[in-house]
Design a protein around this ligand. Sequence first.
Ligand SMILES: NC(=O)c1ccc[n+]([C@@H]2O[C@H](COP(=O)([O-])OP(=O)(O)OC[C@H]3O[C@@H](n4cnc5c(N)ncnc54)[C@H](O)[C@@H]3O)[C@@H](O)[C@H]2O)c1
Length: 271
Amino acid sequence: MANNLLKGKRGIIFGALNNQSIAWKVAQRAHEEGATFVLTNAPIAMRMGEINQLAEETGSQIIPADATNVEELDHLVTQSMEILGGKIDFVLHSIGMSPNVRKKKHYTENDYRFYSQTMDVSATSLHKTLATLYKHDAMNEWGSVLALSYIAAQRIFPDYNDMADAKSLLESIARSFGYHYGIKNKVRVNTISQSPTVTTAGQGIKGFNEFINFSEQMSPLGNASAMACADYCISMFSDLTKYVTMQNLFHDGGFSNTGVTQPVIERFGDE
Ligand SMILES: NC(=O)c1ccc[n+]([C@@H]2O[C@H](COP(=O)([O-])OP(=O)(O)OC[C@H]3O[C@@H](n4cnc5c(N)ncnc54)[C@H](O)[C@@H]3O)[C@@H](O)[C@H]2O)c1
């Protein structure tokens, strides 16, 4: 269902790894809604080559950039404006990675070199991206920058490990930069806190399959899919949400405000 919500808008989309990625669906929906954009991902993630299919499907160019590397972000932002023919209207930061999760290091025994990498890739990269856009005056007024978060930023989900700390920092950066960018250029910055979703990053979390079922039963509307998340992102990039900034927006079927549900409580009844 396309409504030309992003007609004439230019964007940069980080993080489409394969067709399960949330960023992949956002790119497909943004294309349907009339946007033009550049796709980007870490050079190492390009090796699989799947992003080429998405680029072809959406008529987009790809610019590799490690989002922790300021020089590569500089190149990405300046080149994107050149390719797209003007300033940027929307940016999706859909990036997450924790070496502690990957190497199965318990939270109480985290490796601090890994911990710094988790913060840099999953959170500070948003600051670096925003600072690069800001420095180059690359965003149009009322532009919209979105990053993806998870409720472990507010509440403990033990197996989410140091990604929880990274998401707290990510949400804080969106608030802080949202203030400064709002004052300077009326640019909005928000995070969307998404339901657990079957993707490469999601499946890296221990006990993910059990957890996704738990979350489904704890959400009055059920878990939000990647495609539903993409729809929400499109609305946040559109002019229909111009005064929303510095927010963490839950897109989780009601999970965040639910104490318990009947299906879950019934599991604890006398048999
Ligand atoms: N899947 C879930 O359950 C879930 C839930 C809530 C939030 N999120 C968040 O959504 C976002 C997207 O994740 P996804 O679930 O689509 O998984 P995904 O694995 O498809 O996407 C993660 C992306 O991060 C990219 N990336 C990693 N290091 C990078 C770097 N240094 N520079 C640039 N890109 C880099 C990867 O290449 C990949 O494309 C992440 O922020 C994730 O934490 C996911």
